[in-house]
Design a protein around this ligand. Sequence first.
Ligand SMILES: [Zn+2]
Length: 298
Amino acid sequence: MIDAHIHIFPPYRSVKAVRWLKRYIQGLRVEETVNETQILKLLQDSGISHFFNYVYPIKQEESRPLNEYNYHLSKRVKNAVCFGSLHPDNEDRKDILEEALIGYGLLGIKFHPFVQGFSVLDPRLDEIYVSLEKMERPLVIHTGFDRFYKATIRVEEVETILKRHPDLVMVIAHMFYPEVRRAFQLLKQYPNVYLDGTNLFSDYQEGIEGENIFEGVCDAVNGNPKYRISCLAFRDELEQYSDRILLGSDYPVAMNDPEKIYAYMNAIPLSNGAKSDLLWGTAQRFVEKYNPNFFQEC
Ligand SMILES: [Zn+2]
């Protein structure tokens, strides 16, 4: 299995991120101090052969060090597909982009506009989208879970980028949850769009007395009503477009304990072809588009 959404961060960021998530999801077994060695062991024990690792700067001065961190990770951990990032406040953002993709050989760029605090239509990002398009490297954008983040990325904003940059390959992480239908509309309309279903396959559940900040849908689980997050309402689309859908866990900031997430991902009731796409085929072909020898070298 390939986990196409992991966050091995330097400890100063990882501790805060896990602490923050555990305020909202009590009972998660992950520790704030979880480190790279422990994460790698968990992935290996869970049958994860390769994974994508995402970092992103909250402040502009973190951009270069985080990219360098992910570069070193990619050298140390041969089965990690590492991405870079930057911040619109970086004045030398084009240099940072080139250093990340060419100098460090990172696969693409990840943005988390909610946590990083910017709009995807910030005009300072135009040159980045143009460069990614020219360099034929993918952009991964966090979308969805607006209630939790108290922020919004509208589908129209993302579509504006796609219209302006028809050759840009974009991965829409979390599929605008709960506006999943809109994510599938973009997938159907734009051939360079991929969806990343991370968190939608977490089988996250919350009692109906809760606040439902993750916008689950009321569902009966073993006879008990729960707010639940599931993508199975879109089985037909998953089947039809499995060659452009990636799955991951978000560990160590996953919405559920990883063994439950992987069990859920494995049990998706789809054809063997679609399932093998979701669990590894699509991610493998995605990586090979940009780094044809990756799977031979690791
Ligand atoms: Zn994530």
